[in-house]
Design a binder for this molecule. Structure first.
Ligand code: ADP
Ligand code: ZN
Length: 212
């Protein structure tokens, strides 16, 4: 039976970095709703056009659109997924269980970190536009400025919503909506908290123990 992981955590909590490691070392498939939305925008689709302004402002896309996006992009019959960026509110948590996770075993991992620390992490985040490697200009800078360590590309980009103002909105939206999500999984004994303020290696080790 396939087992599914649900990554919960504030913007900048390190979910995406850890998801990449879990994919390469433990063979899961990464399903990031933020990445899916960004590729819709890039492709110029109708859905992409609908969500551009919402994402640029750091607000949440409506629940129905998110369900459609997930339906089009995941097949739970045989893969082990990491849900990253979904659910973001209590209703989405219920829908995930009733529409997608039926008959599978799943655990939620909460990347626990003081939200006040995150604004700084986010405005310093850069992503390689060629291979997707994630950097932080303060805590994990590339060896040569502007060049990706992993693929050698000269295409380190800042996400459009990683500017100071939008970051503030995103953290506020997260703070407001996360409690019912945590309560949902806690109540069913499916919640594991990891200390996301630790080093990337330490978080990964904690994660590995948790999902065994
Ligand atoms: P972060 O968690 O760092 O803010 P994501 O890449 O997960 O970044 O999401 C970026 C944006 O995509 C969000 O600010 C929101 O507008 C939209 N989004 C992603 N997932 C969802 C979701 N489950 N529900 C509503 N909007 C979403
Ligand atoms: Zn790269």
């Amino acid at each position: 039976m396939a087992s599914q992981l649900i990554f919960l955590g504030a913007p900048g909590s390190g979910k995406g970095t850890q998801a990449a490691r879990v994919v390469s070392e433990l063979g899961y498939v990464h399903l990031s709703t933020g990445d899916l939305l960004r590729s819709e925008i890039k492709s110029g689709s109708v859905l992409g056009k609908k969500v551009t302004a919402i994402m640029d402002a750091g607000k949440l896309v409506d629940d129905q659109t998110m369900i459609e996006l997930l339906k089009a992009n995941c097949d739970l019959s045989d893969k082990n997924y990491i849900f990253d960026g979904y659910p973001r509110n209590g209703d989405q948590a219920k829908v995930l269980d009733s529409e997608f996770l039926k008959g599978t075993s799943s655990k939620a991992i909460y990347f626990d970190i003081d939200l006040d620390l995150l604004a700084k992490r986010l405005v310093n985040r850069r992503t390689c536009g060629d291979c997707g490697e994630i950097y932080n200009l303060i805590s994990k800078p590339p060896k040569t400025a502007g060049v990706c360590d992993k693929c050698g590309g000269h295409n380190l980009q800042q996400r459009k919503d990683d500017n100071e103002e939008t970051v503030k909105t995103r953290l506020g939206v997260f703070r407001e909506a996360i409690e019912p999500v945590l309560a949902h999984y806690q109540g069913q004994d499916r919640l594991i908290r990891v200390d996301a303020s630790a080093s990337s290696d330490a978080v990964f080790n904690e994660l590995k123990q948790a999902i065994k």
